[in-house]
Structures are given as structure tokens and as C-alpha cells.
Design a binder for this molecule. Structure first.
Ligand SMILES: [Zn+2]
Ligand SMILES: [Zn+2]
Length: 439
């Protein structure tokens, strides 16, 4: 199967022509102008056809003359530009066209064509399956739509070559019935909408950079997404940072950010692991966003163990509030272990987040056998199989501590960080909320 992405943006496009935000300004400055999301499969099956799709197809070197099947997700105007069917009526063509989609789409499309046009109308509801010229199509429920257009649909599509994709736009977190239907699907590619970026809780029936990895984690839990599934975000809006930063932030989840006009070949690299497990050190100053970044790096994992190294301080109210703040931010499915025996706790765990090495060291320095415990931790990190993220602090850049014990701690942490960095596959520095990969 080849999926040619005619557009990768949400309704307003990216940049939004009316907007001067930093994201839109960057896109404009780099001439990265993205149109409404739509895809052409093997040149014959068109997935959504908003008003921009026909021109995008022409600009990207192929028209729509070979299209035999038109599959619509919903009747929002960025997905259903039914006038394109009228233009088809102006061309002499005897070949039949399947037009499939939810009732509101079919109703809208019928208004634009002659009653005797060679079109097979196929009304679809969630849970129904049809065959379109060798493609097996299952309609799944979306969490999207309204009274005027009815519920939107998502599609589970198997090609004649047995490759299988999930086309999931537009939708908020997937409804339970859709997750059940995707159980064990082991898709080759999942196209999953990510409209809102860092604009959280907009209440617009879309996903954002926080809900997207959690959705992936749920799909991994159900084996709908495996280690070999390619993840492609689509339907992108200006709530997202510019593409280089967005790709950086999504690559930890094994996602590939596409560009408009990209042709994705499916099947050729089948079975290849998209993103191998790895050991990651995240460093940064206080309130730099390092914990948030570390949490994000494992957010797509189905089973995460969070190791909190802070000793409880029942008498310190401000400290308790900090701990609560962190706890409230973590997905409820994560397990938590409050322990100083980090080396033991992380053994055999597929995905671990340790927050943080700084407090762990402060605690270790108060007890006996410090050297042995440090060696043990570094060795455990070096031997770990799975995804491991360790948070630490960057403390050497400020003023020299006034006390001898302060200087001793600063030096010991600097040495520990260097040793951990040496046995990790990736090292990140977070400054002002922006992650930079150091190694
Ligand atoms: Zn849309
Ligand atoms: Zn929509």
C-alpha cells in the first residue's frame, strides 16, 4: 500500500492565514504551508476530499482521474468538499465511482451530482464493513461530530497486499467500542490526528500533545500498535511548535512527522522496530521543565513504573504540595514506587522513570557505603533492557556553594551525572522548557 498524504493540516491550515503566532510565523517564514488533511491510497482510493484536496493532488504530480473509491470520514467542510464531484460530472467518464461515508456526507454529495451519475452510494455507520475494489474497510466510531453532521467515522483499512492501516481523524480520545474493535490489529501504520498541540483542554473533540501519547499507550496495551507500527500524526494545527521542534518532541514516541505531499510506502519495512528501547538521562535546572520532558518520553508506554526517590517529609507542607503537583500530572495507569533502592526496583521493568538522581544521591550521602551504592546504580542503568529515563539536576553552573558540604554535594552530583551519561543512549538538557539533545 502507498499512502500519499495530500495534506496534513487541520481545517484552517498551518499556518492559519489570519494568525501571527510564533508557530504560524515560523511556517510562513520557511514556506511550509500545509493544507487540509486528506490521503490518496495507491492512487485509487481517496480518503476525504476537502476543498483543497483536488488542487493539492495536481500540485503534487497526480490528478484524481484514477480514483475509483471516495471514502469520507465526516461532513465537516475541511473533509467534505462535495463540489469536486460536480467537476467530475463535467468530464466524460463511464467509470463508476464508489462514494462511501456517514449519512450526512452522502446527503451533501448527492446535491452536487446528476441523479443518473455513475456513482455507487454507500452509506456507512460505525461497526459496518465494506469492500472497495480489493480494500477491506471497517468503519469505526470517532469521538467527533455534532447534531448537524451526526457522528464522524474512522477507518480500519486492509489493502490487497495485506497491509493494514488505521485512519483516525477527526477524533478526541477513541471511544471504548473503537478500542475494542482495534484490539490485536497490529497495524502497519496508524495515522492519528494531533490537532491542538500545546493548546490543552480546548474542548474541540481533537487530540493534543498530552492526550496523543496516552492514546498510543492504550493502543500499545491492546496490541493495535506494536513495536513495528509506524505512527504518523495528521490534522495538525498551530497549537503545535514548528515542525523541527514537534518532530523532536514526538520522536520519543516513535512518531514520524510527515510533510504535505509525502508518500508513505507500507509493507516494505514490515517488522522493523520503529524505536528500540533505550536509556535516557534528562538534566536541567530547577523548574526547567525537565520532569515534564522526562514524563513525556515514556508517556506512550503501556506499563510505566515511576520511581520516586524523595523521602517523605510529613512535616514540610510546601514539600508535600510539590510532590502532589507531580503526582497529579502523571497518568493514573502508571505504577509508583517510593524507594531509595532504585537499582533493585527497576530490574526487569519494561518502562521506568526515575525522578530523581539528585535526591537519591542526597539520601545516599547520608548513609554508609556511598561508593558501592553509586557503582550499583550505574551498573544497573548500564544493564537495563527496556526504556529507562533518569531525571537529574544541573547544579554546577551557579555560584560556588558557601558551605563545605554544599560544595561536596555539588561535586558528587556532577560526577554521578557524568557516569550516568556515559552508560545512557541519550542525554537531554532542558532549559526554559525546551529540550536539547546533548548526546
Ligand atoms: Zn477536520
Ligand atoms: Zn471535523
Amino acid at each position: 500500500m502507498e499512502v500519499h498524504l495530500l495534506g496534513t493540516a487541520a481545517a484552517a491550515g498551518w499556518p492559519n492565514p489570519w494568525c501571527r503566532c510564533a508557530s504560524c510565523t515560523w511556517m510562513r517564514g520557511h514556506n511550509d504551508v500545509r493544507g487540509q488533511t486528506s490521503a490518496l491510497i495507491d492512487g485509487t482510493l481517496l480518503l476525504d476530499c476537502g476543498p483543497e484536496a483536488p488542487r493539492a493532488a495536481e500540485r503534487q504530480g497526480r490528478g484524481l482521474a484514477e480514483v475509483r473509491h471516495l471514502l469520507f470520514t465526516h461532513a465537516h467542510p475541511d473533509h467534505t468538499g462535495a463540489a469536486a464531484l460536480m467537476w467530475r460530472g463535467w468530464v466524460h467518464t463511464d467509470s463508476a465511482l464508489d462514494v462511501a461515508g456517514p449519512p450526512a456526507v452522502i446527503e451533501e454529495c448527492r446535491r452536487w451530482v446528476a441523479p443518473d451519475a455513475p456513482i455507487n452510494w454507500r452509506v456507512l455507520h460505525a461497526g459496518e464493513a465494506i469492500e472497495l475494489g480489493g480494500y477491506q474497510v471497517r468503519a469505526l466510531a470517532a469521538a467527533h461530530g455534532d447534531d448537524s453532521i451526526g457522528p464522524a467515522l474512522l477507518y480500519d483499512i486492509s489493502g490487497p497486499d495485506d497491509t493494514r492501516i488505521l485512519w483516525a481523524t477527526d477524533t478526541a480520545p477513541l471511544p471504548a467500542q473503537t478500542l475494542d474493535a482495534a484490539d490485536g490489529a497490529a497495524y502497519d501504520v496508524v495515522f492519528l490526528e494531533q490537532t491542538n498541540g500545546d493548546d490543552l483542554d480546548t474542548g474541540t473533540d481533537h487530540l493534543d500533545l498530552q492526550s496523543w501519547p496516552l492514546q498510543v499507550a492504550e493502543l500499545r496495551r491492546r496490541n493495535a500498535v506494536t513495536g513495528a507500527t509506524r505512527l504518523v500524526p495528521i490534522h495538525l494545527g498551530h497549537g503545535n511548535p514548528p515542525p523541527p521542534q514537534l518532530q523532536l518532541r514526538m520522536s520519543g514516541w516513535g512518531a514520524h512527522l510527515p510533510h504535505d505531499g509525502e508518500r508513505i510506502q507500507i509493507g516494505a519495512s514490515r517488522g522493523e522496530q520503529v524505536r528500540p528501547p533505550r536509556r535516557i538521562l534528562v538534566t536541567g535546572g530547577a523548574r526547567s521543565g525537565k520532569s515534564r520532558w522526562a514524563e513525556s518520553l515514556v508517556a506512550d508506554q503501556p506499563d510505566v513504573l515511576y520511581i520516586a526517590t524523595a523521602r517523605p517529609r510529613p512535616d514540610d507542607e510546601e514539600w508535600q504540595q510539590r510532590v502532589e503537583l507531580h503526582r497529579g500530572r502523571r497518568p493514573s495507569a502508571w505504577r509508583t514506587s517510593e524507594t531509595q533502592d532504585v537499582a533493585k526496583a527497576m530490574t526487569d521493568e519494561p518502562a521506568v522513570l526515575v525522578d530523581c538522581a539528585t535526591l537519591w544521591l542526597a539520601d545516599a550521602l547520608e548513609g554508609p557505603e556511598v561508593e558501592r551504592r553509586i557503582d550499583e546504580l550505574v551498573e544497573a542503568v548500564a544493564q537495563h533492557v527496556g526504556t529507562l529515563v533518569i531525571v537529574t539536576n544541573e547544579v554546577g553552573s551557579g555560584v560556588v556553594p558557601a558551605t563545605a558540604s554544599g560544595r561536596e554535594f555539588r561535586d558528587a552530583l556532577g560526577e554521578l551525572n557524568a557516569r550516568l551519561a556515559r552508560v545512557c543512549d541519550e542525554v537531554w538538557l532542558v532549559t526554559a522548557g525546551i529540550p536539547t539533545r546533548l548526546a
